[in-house]
Design a protein around this ligand. Structure first.
Ligand code: C5P
Length: 404
């Protein structure tokens, strides 16, 4: 590996400088869209908000102006060409909340306000986030309208189920802002991983001492799940093999839940044998396992001496097989030990290793950010502190560079 200085990667943000047209129609969830606008601007997207008249009963234009840093549009006539000029500069259109009325208007091509005319003149990806009472959402007429939008290529996110504004419970709650941002990221992703079959491991594994006690580690699975979502968004066929994690299963990926290292080894071996092109070992695999697992709960006594043996190394078992995929490993270390990670990459015959120092602020366990060094045979890249989604993008960008 060349000993050149690590390159610095700054400001890698998938939504940076992308223009989002955010339509807000008149549902009680309109206030949640203020947070959506803020999250999008935090990602450095430029956000233009179009509100229906009814939306203004639920949230103020001033809130959206503050969150988006742009003036808010509402009337067809304030700026007569806004229904053409706003969609023309947008990369993606999101309507959240999308009420039954707005969905019906879109489905039938009605054009009686700024939002519905923008929809008709927009030529890119549209996402709707329906929000209504469960009986309305369940109505076949609403379903038909949503089906019509789906066949016109409109994506739908949510609704979720839970307590509704009317006091009833059911399916109709607008998707959470984070989920909508995820849908926007997916819509704006270049599908440059299409054709790749990516197997990703995530989370911790557990090694049992007895039926109620185990040895594990602090991994939350956040980095592995971010990699799975990112690979999916970029067009890959993804299998996520996860140890126990409180994170929700990402939609659109094959999910295999495992607990122990040997279960993970079995699942990885099987998934790789099915023809994976890339294996990303983001899991924090337990390194030791009790030599003996007691069938019964071990009695409390004066003390307990554990005898541990090393677990089987999953990466090495795949990298030494004849038909091996491109292998990306992770090395979480305490301290700046990138050289140790580089050595590990060679020893385990990986193609790339992602090193992070878990003692660095924002790069440890259970946080949404990371700061890594991507090491491969061509050199090293520092990402700087960024979201785990952006780190995932940087890793796959580098994979594509190496593969080219
Ligand atoms: O040696 P270390 O555990 O730091 O190596 C880290 C890399 O090896 C990670 O990618 C991890 O998922 C993988 N690993 C493995 N099998 C193990 C232990 C670690 O594949 N038993």
């Amino acid at each position: 590996m060349p000993k050149r200085r690590a390159k610095n990667l700054k400001n890698l943000k998938r939504l940076k400088n992308r223009c989002i047209l955010l339509g807000v129609s008149g549902g009680v969830a309109a206030y949640k869209s203020v947070e959506l606008a803020r999250r999008l601007t935090d990602e450095e997207a430029s956000v233009f908000v179009v509100m229906t008249e009814a939306a203004k009963q639920f949230a103020t234009p001033l809130s959206f102006e503050t969150a988006s840093h742009n003036r808010v549009y509402s009337s067809l006539f304030d700026e007569p060409m806004a229904h053409i000029s706003l969609p023309a500069k947008a990369d993606c259109m999101v309507v959240a909340p999308a009420t039954a009325n707005t969905i019906a208007k879109f489905a039938h091509g009605l054009a009686d306000d700024l939002l519905s005319t923008c929809f008709l003149s927009f030529r890119g990806n549209v996402i709707v986030a329906p929000s209504m009472n469960w009986k309305m959402y369940d109505n076949p007429v609403v379903r038909r309208n949503l089906d019509a939008l789906a066949s016109a290529g409109v994506a739908q996110v949510g609704p979720g189920s839970g307590a509704l504004a009317c006091g009833e419970e059911g399916v109709g709650r607008m998707a959470e802002p984070a989920e909508i941002v995820e849908a926007v990221r997916a819509a704006l992703s270049e599908k440059n991983l299409s054709g790749e079959r990516v197997v990703i491991t995530a989370g911790p594994t557990r090694e049992y001492l007895d039926p109620v006690r185990f040895i594990s580690n602090r991994s939350s699975g956040k980095m592995g799940y971010a990699l799975a979502r990112t690979a999916r968004d970029r067009g890959a066929e993804v299998t996520l093999i996860s140890g126990p994690s409180f994170l929700g299963k990402p939609a659109g990926v094959a999910y295999i839940g495992v607990e122990t290292t040997s279960e993970m080894l079995g699942a990885v071996t099987e998934a790789v044998a099915k023809g994976a092109t890339v294996l990303v070992m983001a899991a924090a695999v337990a390194d030791f396992s009790p030599v003996r697992e007691s069938r019964l709960k071990i009695e409390k006594g004066r003390g307990l001496t554990l005898k541990l043996s090393p677990t089987k190394d999953i990466v090495t078992s795949v990298s030494s097989s004849r038909k091996r995929p491109f292998i990306i490993g992770f090395a979480a270390e305490t301290g700046s030990r990138a050289d140790r990670a580089a050595k590990k990459m060679k020893e385990k015959k990986m193609d790339m290793i992602v090193f992070n120092d878990v003692t660095e602020p924002g790069a440890g366990f259970d946080v949404d950010t990371n700061k890594v060094e991507i090491i491969d045979r061509r050199g090293r890249i520092h990402t700087g502190l960024m979201s785990k989604d952006d780190v995932a993008d940087a890793i796959f960008d580098r994979f594509l560079e190496i593969k080219a």
